[in-house]
Design a binder for this molecule. Structure first.
Ligand code: NDP
Ligand code: 8X3
Length: 252
């Protein structure tokens, strides 16, 4: 069987582009998300375009039981996961600390941190069983520096940064590579979700410069996964040329 990649949050943005990129490189893909119709559509596209196998798993990464049941439900031949891409995540709101919503904070923590932990805890034993594997975590420039009104989103991505380092250390004896990719602004559904469908606010995020595109990050993830067994890219900060870091973006 070809190599297997499991990508969380594959219904749009980076995850969808990564599924397409890895399929074009001959990988069989396990694609996950909450929107089943989107997963089915993407699976059909990939099968037709690249002829690789695709398996969809529908679950919410916040739901611990659902995560473990989904991984357990995989047919035996699909459990030999070579690459896990922890990509599912979101920002909700962009408000000053005193005004931000507790429920938005909880959703970000439950998705970006606890969801990543649940999936990793379910998949790592499968990798340990064959003493190899590669985990690619999607952090953010927001996980390297804190920006105004980013508070809890930034904190969750700092947690992804710390957990990537921790996984790399603890999983070393099992020959599991851990790569963290930290993108800057990219024109996916991210801002539309952050601003709860406010098209004016989300469009403004990407005005006046050329942001990253989902395909840029997919190409980079695929490159990280294509290196020889003895080489691991540990940590990558990737921005568009107009962005220097989490707080400095040049428009105009
Ligand atoms: P999108 O909104 O386009 O995609 C987010 C994906 O995450 C969707 O497929 C969504 O699937 C999935 N997802 C969200 N919540 C859950 C959940 N509770 N359970 C399961 N899946 C979920 O955004 P991006 O592609 O931009 O974001 C991908 C990752 O990249 C995120 O972790 C984000 O924080 C990070 N990132 C984004 C940047 C950007 O500027 N775009 C920059 C830096 C990092 P569904 O709705 O079907 O469940
Ligand atoms: C997403 C990029 O700048 O909105 O992580 O935090 S940013």
């Amino acid at each position: 069987m070809s190599k297997i990649v499991l990508i969380t949050g594959a219904t749009s943005g980076f995850g969808k582009a990564m599924a397409q990129k890895f399929a074009s490189g001959g990988y069989n893909c396990i694609i996950t998300g909450r929107r089943e119709a989107k997963l089915l559509e993407i699976a059909d596209e990939i099968k037709q375009q690249y002829g690789t196998e695709v398996l969809q798993l529908v679950f919410d990464v916040q739901d611990k039981k659902a995560v473990f049941e989904a991984i357990e439900s995989l047919p035996e031949e699909w459990k030999a996961i070579d690459i896990l891409i922890n990509n599912a995540g979101l920002a909700l709101g962009k408000d000053s600390f005193e005004d931000a919503s507790l429920s938005d904070w909880e959703t970000m923590i439950d998705t970006n941190v606890k969801g990543l932990l649940y999936i990793s805890k379910a998949v790592v034993p499968l990798m340990i069983a064959h003493k190899s594997g590669h985990i690619i975590n999607l952090g953010s420039t927001a996980g390297k520096e804190v920006y105004k009104e980013g508070n809890v989103y930034c904190a969750t991505k700092h947690a992804v940064d710390a957990l990537s380092k921790a996984m790399r250390v603890d999983l070393l004896p099992n020959k599991i590579k851990v790569t963290a990719i930290h993108p800057g602004a990219a024109d996916t559904d991210f801002s539309n979700i952050r601003f709860k469908g406010d098209g004016t606010k989300s469009a403004a995020v990407y005005e006046g410069y050329t942001p990253l595109h989902a395909e840029d990050i997919a190409d980079i993830a695929f490159y990280c996964a294509s290196l020889p067994a003895h080489v691991c890219i540990n940590d990558l900060v990737v921005t568009c040329t107009a962005q220097a870091n989490a707080t400095l973006l040049y428009k105009g």
